[in-house]
Design a protein around this ligand. Structure first.
Ligand SMILES: [Zn+2]
Length: 437
């Protein structure tokens, strides 16, 4: 019985000692009041968040409407292309049949020309035989040989009839020839107009195809803008959790840096004292200098000297800034291989979770020379550190992926000079600050 009371008393003493012990009382009181202030700030931000979400959603539906418009235009163009292609086929078939008709007419023409030629030869032969044999005299003989006037008239009529018949045949041929020529001209005109129609249709088809290509490009860019807009939409709870976790992470990151600086100062002092000692002994050795080279191991980016290092190997598939109607608050590093993602600097993980938009994402708070920075790593396949974890520059925190509002495997990397906020007003271009591919 007595033992139990004793142990309780000890426990109580230890407990109180922990809570109110030493200088931590002042620090904690200060941090509690400052946390309250931060909490108020978070509440203020929350009221602004709703309007931002509405704005984003309007932007998304606007982009979706634009895409629907472009799609219906593409459908219209597709119909027009089908129509003109069918017309080209139809007119080309007609063109072929017209050409065949022209060939046929030319054949007919050849026959008639041949007939006319032969008839002409025949008539010329006859005319020559009249001259040579005194043909006209022969006719006269025929006429003179008539027995009486009635016989003369008969004979004369016969001669005339023969001559007229010859001429009538020739005239008929000429008429046929003329008719064929007219027909051929008509068909040739028809052919020319068909040829023009086909070439016009082909031009139209080319124009339509060019229009379609343009619309396809527009559609792709609208789709990309929509993806970016989706990437920026977070629900209230998600933002709230992030903002709340951020306060703790920022404070931890700041105190970590202060501790590290204090350690470095102590080390420097110790080294100075050591150096002074050595100088006194007048035997100076070569001091070891820290190498500041980047060591690369293929899939993992080499760790740079300085405060920042490259978060992933790959290529820069999208830069920071305005893209269409959308602002891209980060940079995209793409890679076909599922490469490691590393922390860009020493820091504290604000949150490590699965977001509907950012996919598997990690938010890290950094304190660098008293300046707070925030980095975001989105769309990962795997997360390897949890919320609140302390990470070192170059430490692997996940694997590149394609989760959330992502189309194609890449790392969406954001750098904020200050805390993360819904409107991402502190987002800056990491180029020139963080080593990038
Ligand atoms: Zn991105």
């Amino acid at each position: 019985m007595r033992k139990t009371v004793m142990s309780l008393a000890v426990t109580a003493t230890v407990g109180f000692g922990t809570i109110f012990g030493g200088t931590s009382v002042i620090t904690e009181a200060a941090s509690i009041s400052s946390l309250k202030g931060e909490q108020n700030k978070i509440q203020e931000q929350r009221s602004g968040i709703n309007s931002t979400i509405n704005q984003k959603n309007n932007q998304i539906s606007d982009l979706q409407n634009q895409q629907a418009d472009v799609k219906s235009e593409i459908t219209r163009i597709d119909y027009a292309i089908t129509d003109s292609t069918n017309k080209i086929k139809e007119k080309t078939a007609k063109l072929e049949s017209t050409k065949a008709e022209i060939m046929k007419l030319q054949g007919q023409m050849e026959v008639i020309k041949d007939r006319i030629e032969k008839r002409n030869v025949l008539l010329k032969d006859r005319a020559r035989s009249y001259q040579e044999t005194g043909g006209m005299v022969n006719y006269i003989d025929v006429l003179m040989g008539s027995e009486n006037f009635s016989d003369f008239v008969d004979r004369a009529n016969a001669v005339v009839t023969i001559m007229q018949a010859d001429q009538a045949i020739l005239k008929e041929h000429e008429a046929d020839k003329q008719e064929l020529e007219i027909k051929q001209d008509e068909v040739k005109t028809n052919l020319a107009s068909l040829e023009k129609m086909v070439s016009d249709l082909q031009t139209l088809n080319q124009q339509l195809s060019a229009q379609k290509a343009e619309k396809d490009k527009l559609l792709a860019s609208l789709k990309e803008q929509e993806n970016e807009a989706h990437e920026g939409v977070m629900d209230l709870q998600e933002q709230d959790a992030l903002l709340a976790a951020q306060q703790a992470a920022i404070q931890k990151a700041i105190s970590m840096e202060q501790e590290a600086q204090a350690r470095a100062a102590a080390e420097a002092a110790a080294q100075a004292a050591e150096a002074a000692k050595r100088k006194a002994a007048s035997s100076s050795n070569t001091s070891s200098s820290s190498s500041s080279s980047r060591v690369s191991s293929g899939a993992t980016p080499g760790v740079s000297s300085g405060y920042w290092t490259q978060p992933a190997v790959g290529y820069l598939s999208s830069g920071f800034g305005v893209r269409g109607s959308e602002r891209h608050a980060g940079v995209d590093i793409a890679n076909r291989a599922a490469v490691p993602i590393v922390a860009a600097a020493d820091g504290v993980v604000i949150r490590s979770y699965l977001s509907s938009t950012y996919g598997n994402c990690i938010f890290v708070s950094h304190s660098i020379n008293g300046q707070v920075y925030t980095t975001v790593y989105a769309h990962m396949t795997t997360r390897m550190v949890g919320s609140g974890a302390v990470v070192k520059k170059g430490q692997q925190i996940g694997v590149m992926g394609n989760t959330g509002a992502s189309h194609g495997q890449h790392l969406h990397f954001e750098l904020h000079k200050g805390p993360w906020t819904q409107d991402k007003r502190f987002a800056i271009n990491p180029v020139g600050i963080v080593p990038l591919p």
